[in-house]
Unconditional design. Structure first.
Length: 286
């Protein structure tokens, strides 16, 4: 890797917190080193990043294109300080926002991968969904160094027959919907559209609900204003808060107070709940 770029993240940033659960078929995060495979000009390149004790993040890559893509994937320039200020005194998220203040959602290289992730993750346990996604990517996408693969493009997924995805573990209806979307929408152009227009377009598709749209917006497009409504982790959190069974749609009430930050609030709620950093009164919440 001949190119090296040193970036000072805007606002508080921790690669350790952000990359902790980011590993998939296209990347790894081990011992502080983030390694990402990227498709550049018809070949698969590697780009790597690590953070120094001073807070700067060094990116090493084979090309400037790969370096800039990794910079975007890690959200190094997307300061979330306004969100932290807003929730600093929030009864539920206040402690989590202070202890996890460097956490930012890591993105995926293509909108198509975020759509695949959304379809794989519907109503199933997260580890099983990740295994399914990895199987599909490793079967469909070009391999690169260190056993990593490039992220799928809409063309890669749209070239498949739904039956091929079904054999790889994806439900038949979801397979058909994924292929149809990859063939009918120029997914990367969604970057140029406002979030509400994207949500309206995707939710017209059978099999795509608020949670799936949230995954695409948060991980595929880098938007923080669309929450993960219906996430199973948020369902568990709300169940603990209310002391009763809850429906997936009720999690919208959990995210509503965070408005334009409902996407990144979803991430902090899930991370804070997993670490026991949230404060809530179950009796009052019921």
């Amino acid at each position: 890797m001949s190119l090296e770029l040193t970036v000072t993240p805007r606002g508080p940033y921790s690669l350790e917190l952000s990359g902790r659960f980011a590993s998939d078929a296209t990347r790894t995060f081990r011992d502080g080193l983030f390694t990402q495979a990227l498709a550049v000009d018809g070949r698969v390149e590697l780009a790597q990043a690590w953070q120094s004790v001073s807070g700067t993040v060094t990116i090493r890559s084979e090309s400037a294109v790969a370096a800039e893509r990794l910079r975007w994937l890690l959200a190094l320039d997307d300061d979330h300080s306004r969100f932290l200020v807003r929730v600093r005194d929030d009864r539920m998220l206040g402690r989590a926002s202070r202890e996890l203040r460097g956490l930012r959602p890591v993105r995926v290289p293509t909108v198509a991968q975020s759509l695949l992730r959304a379809f794989c993750g519907q109503l199933i346990e997260a580890k099983r969904a990740r295994r399914m996604e990895q199987t599909i990517i490793r079967t469909v996408c070009a391999p690169g160094p260190e056993s990593l693969h490039a992220a799928p493009s809409a063309r890669d997924l749209g070239a498949l027959a739904p039956s091929q995805l079904r054999r790889l573990g994806l439900h038949a209806r979801r397979s058909a919907a994924l292929v149809r979307l990859c063939r009918s929408i120029e997914l990367e152009r969604l970057h140029d559209q406002p979030t509400e227009a994207i949500a309206r377009r995707l939710e017209r598709e059978r099999g795509l609900g608020p949670w799936s749209v949230g995954v695409v917006c948060l991980q595929g497009l880098g938007r923080w204003d669309r929450g993960l409504v219906g996430d199973l982790g948020l369902v568990k959190l709300l169940r603990a808060m209310r002391g009763r069974a809850v429906e997936a749609w009720e999690t919208a009430e959990l995210l509503e107070p965070y408005g334009e930050f409902s996407g990144i609030a979803s991430v902090y709620l899930l991370a804070g709940f997993g670490r026991g950093l949230l404060s809530f009164d179950a009796a009052a919440a019921a």
